[in-house]
Design a protein. Structure first.
Length: 117
């Protein structure tokens, strides 16, 4: 998978900030991340194009449709939750039941779940 960066950006990826310059070509997992998050990139192959042109993320912090996939990325879990405290509680319980819960996601879900009390 390959994408071309359209403007200077510095996304947070793989536990660090990754500065990228306009015109730079990126491949692999970082390219998949940039395409799936609709960063300012141009897809350079069919696989990247499919991710880039896939379903748009939920707007206005509305919950995404479908069932909770607790194995999805933290961003996808938060998209599913939106600002719904009940969904946040459900996702929090599922995340905490895992062998290795993601601490940052747990903190965000706790904050969202507590907003409904």
């Amino acid at each position: 998978m390959r994408v071309k960066v359209l403007e200077d950006i510095a996304p947070y990826f793989n536990y660090g900030i990754t500065p990228l310059s306009a015109g730079e070509e990126v491949a692999g997992d970082l390219a998949a991340y940039l395409a799936s998050t609709r960063s300012p990139v141009e897809p350079l192959d069919g696989e990247a194009r499919a991710l880039f042109e896939g379903d748009a993320p939920a707007a206005d912090n509305e919950p995404a449709d479908g069932e909770l996939d607790i194995e999805a990325t933290a961003a996808d879990v938060l998209d599913w939750v939106g600002d719904d405290p009940e969904r946040a509680s459900e996702a929090l319980a599922a995340e905490q039941a895992k062998d290795k819960p993601r601490s940052t996601l747990v903190k965000q879900l706790e904050k969202l779940a507590d907003s409904g009390e």
